[in-house]
Design a protein around this ligand. Sequence first.
Ligand SMILES: Cc1cc2nc3c(=O)[nH]c(=O)nc-3n(C[C@H](O)[C@H](O)[C@H](O)COP(=O)(O)OP(=O)(O)OC[C@H]3O[C@@H](n4cnc5c(N)ncnc54)[C@H](O)[C@@H]3O)c2cc1C
Length: 391
Amino acid sequence: MPSTESRTAINFALSEEQRAVRDAAREFALKEIDPIVDEIDEEQRFPTEVFRQAGELGFLGILVPEEYGGAGMGYVEYVLVISELSQVDPSIGLSVAAHNSLCTNHILKFGSEEQRRRWVVPLARGEKIGAWSLTEPGAGSDAAGTTSRAEKVDGGWVLNGAKTFTTHGSVGDYCVVFAVTDPDGPRHHNMSAFVLEKGTEGFRPGKKENKLGTRASDTAEVIMENCLVPDDHLLGERGEGFIQALKILDGGRISIAALGLGIAEGAYRTALAYAQEREQFGRPIAQFQAIQFHLAEMATRVVAAEALVMAAALEMDRSGKVTRLAAEAKLFAGEAAVFCSERGVQIHGGYGLIKDYRAEKFYRDCKICTIGEGTSEIQRLVIARQLLKGM
Ligand SMILES: Cc1cc2nc3c(=O)[nH]c(=O)nc-3n(C[C@H](O)[C@H](O)[C@H](O)COP(=O)(O)OP(=O)(O)OC[C@H]3O[C@@H](n4cnc5c(N)ncnc54)[C@H](O)[C@@H]3O)c2cc1C
């Protein structure tokens, strides 16, 4: 059950409007998502109906200005929404995050006025679902190793290649894809970003992945076979796709940090409630110091993760310069999610392995936080590079 009990200071710092946004996200998650969480996880079904409702509440265009159909809010509101949704279902948290901060934000940031009107408006209203395809089978952490190609032809580009692990790869309507446009160009200035629309000839989803966790969030391959797109599908400057991706990932990492925070808090609260109900040796297990220490460590990580996530969100709203802070927030909150989920299962004992209890699901869902949008190892590299800049 989501609660703000552990969030005292930040609660006070929030404006009335921000608290209203958080409460709306919480109410939506409890009313519309909670009843179907187990079913959509088991069936690995992306709940289109929930996504449409999220769109009506403005949760699919949180960062988009009102003139482009969005809610016109900032990163503080954004992380409140993602963490509230993720406490109830990390699959929905992940999907809403990918839609907002990857696809929609990329077109908003680097698209022309005409491209924003054409693609951002329906995405922000939740009429269309967004995807963002960078990762390839041979280019994960090393995204600059992209091999998908876009060749210039009269009036457009012909794309060929295969992407992997794309969130909304099979359900997405618009997909921002990266392909090499200048094979002989410098390593970080040789690829470009394009918008592909569902139904375009030569563009199709490949295999839908059968995953350990976040199973209701659609993850699939994306295939491009002689896919012809007009010139006006290129986003920003030719050759600047990789640099654009890095900028988008700064915000994306705050999203995954918020997802981690939600999972950490959800796992902690579930365990706290269970520890007070479950009796062994004639007393609630919460009376054993061993269990109390688990809970104390979980609670501390939750509140520390929240402070870092909020610091990153505030800095993003203030200066937009968050490469180090976003990586720190993602690293810490992602690891906190894994820690709290593991301890949550431990506190549940054997019941922690049983699907009737949410502890089991948090334990499966949490791993995306230390892998997606840059693994924990890559976050450490990003942070260290920032620390040693100029050396
Ligand atoms: C559910 C899910 C959703 C995703 N959604 C998207 C999406 O929407 N769009 C998208 O483009 N991608 C998406 N991804 C891909 C994700 O971003 C990548 O999986 C991630 O970046 C890691 O790449 P990889 O899986 O190829 O691992 P690899 O890069 O092969 O890494 C394997 C291991 O080696 C380590 N490693 C690699 N390089 C180094 C190094 N230099 N130093 C130290 N250690 C290193 C890694 O940390 C890791 O532990 C998604 C992935 C998942 C699982």
